[in-house]
Write a protein that binds this ligand. Sequence first.
Ligand code: FAD
Length: 433
Amino acid sequence: KIAIFWYRRDLRLDDNAGLYHALKSGYKVLPIFIFDTNILDMLENKKDQRVEFIHQALDDIQTKLVAFGSSLFVKYGNPTDIWQKIFSEFDIAEVYTNHDYEKYAIERDQAIGAMLNAKGIAFYTFKDQVIFEKKEILSGAGTPYTVFTPYSRKWKETLNDFYLKSYPNEAYFHNFIKTNPYPLPALEDIGFELTGFQFPKKDISEQLIHNYDEVRDFPSILGTSRLSVHLRFGTISVRKLAQVGVKLNEKWLNELIWRDFYMNILFHFPHISEGKSFRKEYDNIIWRNNEIEFGKWCEGKTGYPIVDAGMRELNATGFMHNRVRMITASFLIKHLLIDWRWGEAYFAEKLIDFDFSANNGGWQWASSSGCDAAPYFRIFNPTAQTQKFDPELKYIKKWIPELNSFDYPKPIVDHAFARERVLNAYKKALEKK
Ligand code: FAD
């Protein structure tokens, strides 16, 4: 009999909670990964950078496993069907995996867990992708926090070395199953193509983290870690990053706490996965939803340079600086009065670091419908934001070479007019409550 470790969004060998427990189970361990068709079939663009990122991460794990005479077992299909095949190929005693808090993942894990248990196979699951999960951070009244500042305070009070400690997986690598390598399907075999994209490095620059407070808001500077894609797919451990944050910069640690916060919100308030506003009264807003204007926003042709630069950065690289994510989101919702869910979906399609909880949190923050969101009357002025955060237009000119030519469009809407329009729409909707 063997134990199986099921990889999902934790694609690393080091400091991996579920893998650590599998390696200590007393059984030899076979690590597996399933390219899940329930997820992949929804991706229209077959040159999806995220699928390629996952593929590279699996290739990297495979190379390391083969070096110690083991292998990763990778399959493509519907998890229920794939598990049936795994049952017929291996004699399994136990299955280990790490928690995932998204709606689909919770339902999938319940179904697979029930299937395993029905066969007498134990299914063990662990916290790995956050520092605190579920009910670990609750208010004095035992309820989940919906405001960041008290949440982060409690988070920091609760933190101790135990929660930050890395799992010493390396000490147990001899417990991987010995086998000839299983083939890793090529991207083409699963219906995708190479993009040739250069992914952000996994390096942590101590100097960058140290200077984070001063430079983090300037999109023309490489002043943020660019680790989001690694956190998204678990190619880096959040515990290791939190150790760096604790040592070097509380402001940066706060960003990791925001990440935990939004995952907690998703866990406690699953209605946000059903396309609903966190605060239900915000679902009364009557949106304009002009498709032509939406198209211009997507393409970066609104005539507001900071908005257009951001959208062009997103389209070209799959990344957008946080400050500009806030400005572009606010612009779509408040200047164009387009439903935040349209923007959320567009970001979900394009961002290499797309994560449901952070993306939904960011969009609901911008639309003022979220927990601890910007008040609805706070409307970013793109011109003032530019003066503050890109005063020399360095970021803007990088993405809009035609800025000063006739080819660059006139503003899609007047700022003062748009401001009045959205204030009225929000007021009306909130009065209905
Ligand atoms: P750093 O500034 O170096 O921060 C370190 C890490 O902290 C990030 O890698 C990320 O994992 C986490 N983090 C930072 N800010 C936030 C935040 N506000 N919420 C949650 N986690 C945070 N982040 C995503 O990871 N995926 C998304 O899909 C996503 N969508 C967003 C949509 C909108 C509208 C907005 C306003 C923000 C969104 N963010 C999202 C949050 C944030 O913009 C990115 O995490 C950040 O820009 C990534 O760059 P970085 O790795 O250099 O971050």
